[in-house]
Design a protein around this ligand. Structure first.
Ligand code: NDP
Length: 444
């Protein structure tokens, strides 16, 4: 039995009630097979894989809070400190009813590899609560965040564990969490990222994921001997990642002809107008169908996804599992030759198989959307320096980081005999650095 299979079988026995974690671990372990077999003896001797698949620590706690009517509630809070071999734990907090330990372990493992890919000194973690912020008042969200941090503060710190936002945790929640941390500890330090610009947030963090996605797409396209300029791009979503991917793609000369929300998509043959999009989504917080009413020549397709539109490049930037096998085949049939993922896990397993079988350029989310966490790490650096860098400085660093990620992913894929397979490349490149650090630090 191979070392990878042995470790996975044991993991299954130990955690039979964690299906999401087991599935992610299997996918990751399978793709690491080439590097594991090349180093099997030393990895086995150091129990490297057995250690890699288990979080260093999981903290679970209750979060009691009182709603506006005076009714008391108790939610569950978690922090999964997955791996600190290359830096303090770093990863978002998710507030959503679907949050479980299994999901946070799966996200923590993925985050460990993504953070490693950025080349910056950040380990992997993830946390959150089954609290649902929808329909809660500002005051209720504040009380919840304060109660959550009243327990979490014991386990985090600028050099220990630096959480950020994720689903259900935006600027408002990060602000409340930060305020409570400061109040309890009396420390003004970069314990969270995604903070407001007046209290330690970084310029260009808002743009980072979308810009980073286009920077890495550009590298991948250039390496294939092509040029982004003049290419037709299909984008899904119209939120933070989609908006800035569209802006940057246009700056580099491509034409983005679609964007969407959960109700439908718009097609604009002249290229999505960024200003109109931002007016609708950032200012009015309206629906994307408004776009077609305002921009002559554009069309709104209710209840549909944009994957049937003819394009060179697809940038899914909305949500998980938004491209299934049939959608992927539609894209391929229409001539799409490049997919880069802005959202987390937007392509399901069938879709990924279809891209790999067709040998198109495909950059998985772990590498393609790492620009967000990379700029979060730059926020940590600025906080430690007590300085704020200019937008241009941060953007330039982000660009360099994304170029490096592309080079590392492509090189790792080639080195282990999977040239052009960036799924294997991203997992191996992320893992290699963590594995070497773990080996160097002994069996801890
Ligand atoms: P936003 O909430 O700003 O935008 C999400 C967009 O996706 C909205 O347009 C939303 O439409 C749409 N959407 C949501 N659910 C669906 C659905 N079921 N079908 C079609 N469209 C849908 O989120 P972000 O842009 O910040 O994040 C998008 C993705 O990128 C997520 O997967 C996130 O995890 C990932 N990501 C984000 C990072 C960041 O820095 N922001 C960093 C790394 C990853 P509607 O308004 O109708 O809900």
């Amino acid at each position: 039995m191979s070392y990878v299979t042995e470790v996975y079988d044991n993991l299954q026995k130990k955690h039979p009630y964690e299906p999401e974690f087991l599935e992610a671990a299997k996918r990751i372990l399978d793709s690491l097979e080439p590097i594991v077999s090349a180093n099997e003896e030393v990895y086995r001797k150091n129990a490297l894989l057995e250690r890699f698949v288990e979080p260093e620590r999981i903290i679970t706690f209750r979060v009691p809070w009182t709603d506006d009517k005076g009714v008391n509630h108790v939610n569950l809070g978690y922090r999964v400190q997955f791996n600190s071999a290359i830096g303090p734990y770093k990863g978002g907090l998710r507030f959503h009813p679907s949050v479980t330990q299994s999901i946070l372990k799966f996200l923590g493992m993925e985050q460990t590899l993504k953070n490693s890919l950025t080349g910056l000194p950040i380990g992997g973690g993830k946390g959150g609560s089954d609290f649902d912020p929808h329909g809660k008042s500002d005051a209720e969200v504040m009380r919840f965040c304060q109660s959550f941090m009243t327990e979490l503060y014991k386990y985090v710190g600028k050099d220990v564990d630096v959480p950020a936002g994720d689903i259900g945790v935006g600027g408002r929640e990060v602000g409340y969490l930060y305020g409570q941390y400061k109040r309890i500890t009396n420390l003004y330090e970069g314990v969270l990222t995604g903070k407001g610009l007046t209290f330690g947030g970084s310029l260009a963090r808002t743009e980072a994921t979308g810009y980073g996605l286009v920077y890495i797409t550009n590298e991948m396209v250039k390496a294939a001997g092509k040029d982004l300029a003049g290419k037709t791009v299909v984008v899904s979503g119209s939120g933070n990642v989609a908006q800035y991917a569209i802006q940057k793609a246009h700056e580099l000369g491509a034409k983005v002809v679609t964007c969407s929300d959960s109700n439908g998509y718009v097609y604009d043959p002249n290229g999505i107008n960024f200003d109109v999009l931002c007016q609708i989504k950032q200012v009015e917080r309206g629906r994307i169908k408004e776009y077609a009413k305002r921009v002559p020549g554009s069309e709104y397709h209710d209840g549909e996804k944009p994957w049937g539109v003819k394009c060179d490049i697809a940038l899914p930037c909305a949500t998980q599992n938004e491209i299934n096998g049939a959608d992927a085949r539609k894209l391929l049939d229409n001539g799409c030759w490049c997919v880069a993922e802005g959202a987390n896990m937007p392509s399901d397993a069938d879709a990924i198989d279809a891209y790999l079988a067709a040998k198109i350029l495909y950059m998985p989310a772990k590498a393609a959307n790492a620009g967000g966490v990379a700029v979060s790490a730059l926020e940590m650096s600025q906080n430690s320096e007590r300085l704020s860098w200019s937008f241009e400085e941060v953007d330039k660093m982000l660009h360099n980081i994304m170029v490096n990620i592309y080079n590392n992913v492509a090189t790792a894929a080639k080195k282990y005999g999977y040239e052009g397979n960036f799924v294997v490349g991203a997992n191996i490149a992320g893992f290699e650095k963590v594995a070497n650090a773990m080996l160097g630090q002994g069996v801890v």
